[in-house]
Design a protein around this ligand. Structure first.
Ligand code: FES
Ligand SMILES: [Fe+2]
Length: 343
């Protein structure tokens, strides 16, 4: 049977790139952790006495999973035989009974971790530094955005029942918005806007053409301490698996579409990070707006999920589709980037 292009390239993409995994505000306290599933492994990032560490969720003894929750605050301690990790070291329970096996070398299977501002990225064997991968311009934008963020207000996770390529391409084109997001995103009446391409990454800047909505959004400006955000809808694609979108910079939605072991499932996670308020007393006043943004975002992703479920994985390949709208420019760019890995 023919191996699908998306299957051929997924492992290489996972291994060779930096992937956004969280924001430092989610790991503010000692023992805070977040967990992500990617293909057939899990990444944990923890705050270890102020140091951020990323590692494989399997205990180095006999491979029990340390964490099963999506995020929380917990010791790194294996429930099976009690091995634990703290201050950069694995502590072996009953260490005296491990003889002649080099137990002093017992360590977590660590991944690389780097920051762009307050955004954390993990990698396995990256082919370049994080800065090189993102490019100076995207790096600077993310740095600025990450500094505008207050903390995570909504964590939304479930598998999309489609291949990762299908889910991502849907997120890359606005052509579907009027039909799929009639009552949600489409009410902003997003304009054609412009696409900026930075190596394999891209940004779509689109004006909010519903004047009433735009006016209402602009009036919220004084409640936020944002640094020159785009006055419209912005959607950043970080090749290969992640998107960051925002309307007027009042909150940022970060989405990961990680490949799963199956072509019928994608590990989808979206998190909503509201921007910092210009004054502490505005936090209460804007909480309703944050909640409604979270609710609408959840609805939008659900609408995306429902349509993506209809698209079988064999509908995707690294070749361009035969017919393409100008609104599918980012999709062509994505396929061209993927084609580099399909040789
Ligand atoms: S598997 Fe973790 S301590 Fe044995
Ligand atoms: Fe959509």
């Amino acid at each position: 049977m023919k191996v699908l292009d998306s299957v051929k390239i997924a492992d290489d993409l996972i291994r060779s790139y930096w992937h956004p995994i969280g924001h430092k505000s989610e790991l503010a306290c000692d023992r805070d952790f977040i967990r992500f599933e990617i293909k057939d492994f899990e990444v944990i990032v923890i705050n270890d006495k102020g140091n951020f560490v990323a590692f494989d969720n399997l205990c180095p003894h006999r491979g029990a999973r340390f964490f099963t929750e999506d995020f929380g605050n917990q010791f790194v301690k294996c429930l099976y035989h009690g091995w634990s990790y703290s201050r950069g070291k694995v502590n072996v329970a009953g260490v005296k009974n491990f003889q002649g096996c080099g137990i002093e070398h017992a360590a977590l299977n660590e991944f690389r971790l780097e920051a762009c501002g307050d955004f954390l990225f993990f990698a396995i064997e990256p082919r370049s530094s994080l800065k090189e991968q993102l490019g100076q311009e995207v790096f600077s934008i993310l740095q600025r955005v990450s500094g505008d963020i207050d903390s995570c207000a909504d964590f939304n996770r479930y598998p999309f029942q489609c291949d990762w390529t299908i889910a991502l391409e849907n997120a890359l084109e606005p052509y579907h918005i009027p039909l799929i997001h009639t009552e949600t995103l489409a009410t902003l009446q997003l304009g054609v806007g412009v696409n900026d391409f930075f190596a394999e990454n891209s940004i779509w800047y689109s004006p909010v053409e519903n004047e009433k909505v735009a006016k209402r959004l602009k009036s919220l400006n004084r409640f936020y301490a944002t640094t020159d955000p785009f006055q419209g809808y912005m959607s950043i694609f970080l090749f290969p698996f992640s998107m960051i979108s925002s309307t007027f910079g009042y909150s940022y939605s970060v989405q990961n579409f990680f490949p799963s072991p199956s072509t019928q499932s994608t590990f989808f996670t979206s998190r909503l990070y509201p921007a910092k308020n210009s004054e502490p007393r505005y936090k209460d006043m804007t909480s309703g707006f944050v909640q409604s943004s979270a609710d609408i975002n959840r609805k939008i992703f659900d609408e995306d999920h429902q349509i993506c479920r209809r698209i079988p994985s064999k509908s995707w390949s690294t070749s361009p589709p035969k017919f393409t709208s100008t609104l599918e420019q980012k999709l062509l760019h994505f396929r061209a980037s993927c084609a580099q890995w399909n040789k």
